[in-house]
Ligand binder design. Structure first.
Ligand code: PLP
Length: 346
């Protein structure tokens, strides 16, 4: 009996995990590519697999250069520190990952002041708010250098016309424009546009390879050559220069070549989940956008519900206000498994 329960628990931990798309497992092809990757010392620029990934990504985006980083947090930090110096300022959303969820890295390590502004319901920051927040050249003020946007943000895709307007504003005000594009391919998928059509509006942007795209580790930072050279130096400074990193970059390449097209399936599964949740009495659907669903769970016993979900092989970040994230390791049957438990407890 004990053995049975342990097996059930083991199965449960490997089943449907809705907490984030960061939980995705590398594909068999990624594991094979990692095992067989040709590698060298990337600090000497000698790793052919890292060089290939960086060149491929830069070409895909229509950018001069790319840099492989340990994480999205590191890529954002390098971007903020490459654009801004001590006493400079970046303007971003209150909900921006690189303001709210990165341990204050730009301030702590870069002495860069964030100027967070309200994100509107659609994820944008009002251009009038940005314009009003730009500091005049005056000894009283930190110097505004950069506007940083995020796409997708809370799953929401920023409108293309907004990107063009933000680019115009940055140009007029002599500011740089950065995109936290951790999930930029989800935006591309939703709009059915290629990477460069979003990227072209920005001076720099990031891509997370380790979320919906399934690579085990790594992000990319893209920009012009001088910018990436500054970022490469800063990557060394923060201890992020890696040696035979081609083992990781090999999986990252497959993330870009084999995993972007299927993000549409995650968006369809998220819509299917949202439809199911909308029919329940105990659940108030917030919204669904790309691969994310937000809902309020009014069940009296959330801990008990969580236990039932775990026994059905479903893992969530249990909370009254919950984010559910779809990804390649959750198919329709995973969504059905979640909905089935919720219907039983409705
Ligand atoms: C996950 C995420 C990051 C950071 O990526 P890590 O690899 O987890 O450090 C940055 N920005 C956004 C929008 C993210 O979702």
């Amino acid at each position: 009996m004990l053995i049975c329960r342990n097996i059930l628990m083991m199965m449960a931990t490997t089943m449907f995990d809705f907490r984030s798309d960061t939980v995705t497992q590398p594909t068999a092809a990624m594991r094979a590519a990692m095992a067989n990757a040709e590698v060298g010392d990337d600090v000497y620029g000698d790793d052919p697999t890292v060089n290939d990934l960086q060149a491929y990504a830069a070409d895909l985006a229509g950018f001069e250069a790319a840099l492989f980083t340990a994480s999205g947090t590191q890529a954002n930090l390098l971007a903020l520190m490459s654009h801004c110096g001590r006493g400079d300022e970046y303007i971003c959303g209150q909900e921006a990952h690189n303001y709210k969820y990165e341990a204050g890295g730009a301030a702590v390590l870069g002495s860069i002041q964030p100027q967070p502004l309200t994100n509107q319901a659609d994820g944008t920051i009002l251009l009038s708010d940005i314009e009003a927040a730009i500091k005049p050249k005056d000894i009283h003020f930190a110097q505004s250098r950069l506007i940083s946007l995020e796409n997708t943000i809370g799953g929401k895709v920023l409108p293309m016309e907004y990107l063009a307007q933000a680019q115009q504003l940055a140009f007029d005000k002599k500011l740089k424009l950065h995109l936290d594009g951790a999930r930029i391919f989800n935006a591309c998928s939703e709009l059915n546009v290629p990477l460069h059509s979003i990227a072209q509006h920005f001076d720099s942007f990031t891509i997370c390879l380790s979320k919906g795209l399934g690579a085990p580790v790594g992000s990319l930072l893209l920009g012009d050559e001088a910018f990436i050279e500054r970022a490469r130096r800063l990557r060394k400074l923060v201890g992020g220069a890696m040696r035979q990193a081609g083992v990781l970059a090999a999986a990252g390449k497959l993330a870009l070549t084999e995993q972007t097209a299927r993000l549409a399936d995650d968006h369809a599964n998220a819509a299917y989940l949202a439809q199911g949740l909308a029919q329940l009495n105990q659940v108030e659907l917030g919204y669904q956008a790309t691969n994310m669903v937000f809902a309020r769970f009014n069940h009296a016993d959330l801990a008990g519900l969580n236990q039932q979900l775990l026994e059905a092989g479903v893992k969530v970040s249990m909370a009254a206000n919950m984010r559910l994230v779809l990804h390649k390791d959750i198919d329709r049957s995973g969504v059905d498994a979640l909905l089935e438990v919720l219907r039983r407890h409705d």
